[in-house]
Design a protein around this ligand. Structure first.
Ligand code: SAH
Length: 476
């Protein structure tokens, strides 16, 4: 004990001597939530962007805290066997694809480990149980060009050159994609579309929005692709009420990309990071695009939440449907239902589906989508799940199965308690954050009424650290 304390004191003293730019050799043994490598050096934990588990690097300190620090890679002394040459030349600087230097196989393994570790560490589940019930991650055959949506910031250089691209990690500096390939996880047409908008801006002397001065008109370009229908929507997010020279914009865009069926503007005069403002106006074509998930058709407006990876979305929803194990008569709740994507998947096999969603426009889309596909066994309620669900339960609406798909922060504790009070046979939890999922599952399984039966991670976001998970809980 005495020696341990002496040693700790020595390490602390040594670390206090460490300073910015100090160089040292570091073996990377783990990976952090943002895809950064993690290594330990003399009692300190170091986070190193761009380094991978299995790398040994020469590092330089960039920032020091009491027990941890940040470093940058000076050189790779011995590379991880999972390291690959990233296909995108700007991936090391761009914030979009923090794992592009890791082989896809290793990315999938890392995501499986993240979910498993969070279930054990945060959820308190037994590792042996997790090993027994987990299903393998569902990955993509081709993890490139998968996104059906791009939100491209528009900026201006001091010399007046307009730039479009993606934000650098933890910053609003715009990184332009390599002009020969564009963004490799987005649609190739996005390049022609942004090029047409830039030419129109130059022609009409329009300025890009500047966050510092809050001046300039064009903020973002939102592009959505209906991958099954081929339809394309372009929406310009503007810091103003309208745009000039609409005819010339329409002409340029429809020549650059003949698949465009909808051109909109979205008005956002707010400061801050939220990309879209309240109001969207269609200036040409239709206000929505249509796409399909399985055999169900969806109208999607500029502001609706729609999963960005259509190939994986179908696999994710099919897994949720499999776990729900519907026989045709069940009453089902779909909480956090968005535009009703999961609800309609479930409605094919259920007696009745009740959706709850906070965004009024999404609920309107859900109602329209149910009608469009001829469903008469669905109802959608607008409001927060934590407010609406207790009211529906008080009305005596039963539920055999409850599906929930909350945003990253997970479900409110009161929602989980209400779900438990309804006592459905099965709970299917779809989550985009394994940490909050694990926290919520611990609450749902606390008193032993529900058992964790199965779970499957689904890779919705190749090249990034994010992972989606579908979980089945059954009443014991
Ligand atoms: N299940 C849908 C949407 C999932 S995303 C799909 O797969 O497409 C999460 C959704 O929860 C979003 O539509 C968001 O608007 C909604 N949401 C966020 N907080 C909410 C709350 N407190 N109550 C109800 N819905 C909420």
């Amino acid at each position: 004990m005495f020696y341990k304390r002496l040693e700790q004191r020595a390490v602390k003293k040594y670390n206090n001597l460490m300073k910015k730019n100090d160089e040292f050799e570091l073996e990377i043994t783990g990976i952090g939530k943002d895809g950064e490598g993690i290594g330990h050096f003399d009692g300190m934990t170091f986070f190193v962007p761009g380094a991978l588990p299995g790398d040994t690097i020469r590092a330089a300190v960039t920032k020091l805290k009491k027990t941890y620090g940040y470093a940058r890679v000076l050189s790779i002394l011995s590379p991880s066997p999972d390291r690959v040459e990233p296909p995108c030349p700007v991936s090391a600087r761009c914030g979009g694809c923090s794992l592009m230097n890791l082989s896809y196989k290793a990315q999938l393994r890392m995501k499986e480990d993240t979910v498993e570790d969070d279930l054990v560490r945060i959820g308190g589940f037994d590792r042996a149980l997790i090993e027994k019930i987990k299903e393998p991650i569902i990955g993509m055959t081709d993890p490139m060009r998968y996104r059906n949506k791009a939100q491209i910031p528009v900026g201006m250089m001091p010399d007046g050159r307009i730039v479009t691209g993606f934000y650098a990690r933890h910053s609003h500096r715009i990184i332009e994609p390599d002009p020969s390939v564009g963004c490799l996880i987005g649609a190739p047409e996005n390049q022609e579309i942004t090029h047409a908008i830039k030419s129109w801006m130059y022609e009409n002397k329009l300025r890009a929005y500047d966050e510092a001065t809050q001046k300039g008109l064009i903020r973002h370009i939102l592009i959505r692709h209906g991958v099954h229908t081929g339809q394309v929507m372009v929406c310009l997010v503007i810091n103003g009420k309208s745009i000039p020279a609409i005819d010339s914009l329409v002409e340029r865009l429809t020549v650059a990309c003949p698949d465009i069926t909808s051109i909109c503007i979205n008005i956002n005069k707010n400061t801050g990071n939220v990309i879209l403002g309240e109001r969207t106006e269609c200036i040409w074509g239709e206000p929505v695009i249509t796409d399909k998930v399985g055999d169900i058709t969806f109208d999607i407006s500029a502001k609706s939440f729609f999963q960005v990876n259509p190939v994986q979305m179908e696999k994710l929803y099919s897994k949720a449907l499999e776990y729900a194990d519907l026989k045709g008569e069940e009453n089902v709740y779909d909480l956090y239902s968005g535009i009703g994507t999961i609800s309609l998947f479930l409605a094919k096999r259920a007696g009745h589906v009740t959706g709850v969603e906070v965004v009024p426009d999404a609920v309107k889309d859900a109602v329209r989508n149910a009608k469009l596909n001829g469903f008469s066994n669905t109802n959608f309620y607008t409001g927060k799940t934590e407010d609406v669900l207790p009211k529906l339960v008080a009305q005596g609406r039963p539920a055999d199965v409850i599906v929930l798909d909350p945003p990253r922060k997970g479900a409110e504790k009161s929602v989980l308690e209400t779900i438990l009070s309804v006592s459905p046979s099965r709970i299917v939890y779809v989550s985009c954050d394994p940490a909050t999922l694990s926290r919520d599952l611990a609450i749902l399984c606390e008193d032993g009424t529900y058992e964790l039966k199965k779970y499957t991670p689904v890779d919705q976001f190749p090249e990034s650290v994010h992972v989606e998970t579908v979980v089945l809980l059954s009443r014991a």
